[in-house]
Design a protein. Sequence first.
Length: 456
Amino acid sequence: MSSIESYLEASRARFEEELCELLRIPSVSAQPAHRGGIQQAADWVAQRFVRQGFATEVIATAGHPLVYAESPPVEGVPTVLVYGHYDVQPAEPLDLWISGPFEPTRRNGNLFARGATDDKGQMLTHVFGAEAWIECKGRLPLNLKFLIEGEEEIGSPNLEPFIRGNRQRLACDCVVISDGAQFGPDQPAITYGLRGIAYFDVRLTGPARDLHSGSFGGSVMNPANALARILTALIDEHGKIRIPGFYDDVVPLSDQERAQLAALPFDQQQYMQQIGVTALSGETGFTTLERRWVRPTYDISGLSSGYQGEGAKTVLPSSAAAKFSFRLVPDQDPEKISRALRSMLAGLCPAGIQLELEEHHSAPGVRIPLDSPFVAAAAAAVEYAFGCPPLYTREGGSIPVVSTFHDALGVDILLLGWGQDDDNTHSPNEKFSLADFHRGIKASCRLWEELSRVRR
Ligand code: BES
Ligand code: ZN
């Protein structure tokens, strides 16, 4: 690896500059105004693969384009599929960014920009890992296929049909994804579980127009009051979700896994400080890591109704709306949850109010077996690059396509997150530690070598 190591050393500034180039492209998948940025980012990624001699295609979908690239084929060695995403979450609220979301800026060893860690920076570690092999050794020690999408942050609505329709083309021995976090600084991790998600929009409509709350209040159901009542009815004071049947498929945590999670070096005080709270809360009877990683949850993400301007306005609003989601654990079926929610909401909706429920994205949770040669190979690569063996963690976030890869391609997935919990993903001032970026590239280089020796 010595020639590769010196190549990486000599390329540090250029790797960072290339990442900055991609970060300057505002590829926000949720906002139609950024369609141009989406196309530009897809083209940038495709060009990057073309430059290192990969057979590359930008593939149109019903939504945002996919980029697919293959390294020059080598006989008799394993094939690994790398998945990542070039789309990013909206940058709002803009006034809270210290430097512009699409003007990558270095501060204290970090690179700040929307998408720095989620997922442009992490995705590029594998592109550069492949480049280093090609430049230093003339070829990769295995076959690489890259599938980089532009809709991850909106639930990957068009990826599943593509994967199911291209099984042969995507055939591989395992999938590698870097779109998550380490356990902490200098505590790299291999993630063996993700939560799933079921996301909804509810809208309540009452009177035909806003009313004077003095003249009419008390005589008609106020949609905002009704919404508040409905939303709080979904969870009890012990943090248990009250939808009938919600816990039917939740597999209880084994004593062994509980002990494993409890043994992780988790610092509750530091966690509270990091997120700026004076107390933690959640489902009674579970630790903070259990609440974040292995228990299902319910969170309201947006609420709107009535007067939001300055001062007071005595109004009884004609409608009220909320966005909320459940994070699900493996074995819970998003569709079953959605049906149960729909029927519970119908029962909760008061007379005089019309309720509409819109379903956004959903994805099942996943659990990945740790006793595979691929995990052993990844552990060796991580230890080589980070100087210590990985911890084994789960994550509370979701990557919708992971279960599709497993079901459609019949392979295991390696979740190797290079980020940190305090990277401010989906929030203002997103960052990626440049040290983690370079260690991620180094780990990626080593990973190709380790995985090339695995025989299924
Ligand atoms: N990178 C995250 C997923 C993630 C978050 C992994 C935290 C590990 C830890 C990904 O980009 C993401 O945000 N996914 C969405 C999916 C949703 C839009 C369907 C999420 O979890 O909210
Ligand atoms: Zn994300």
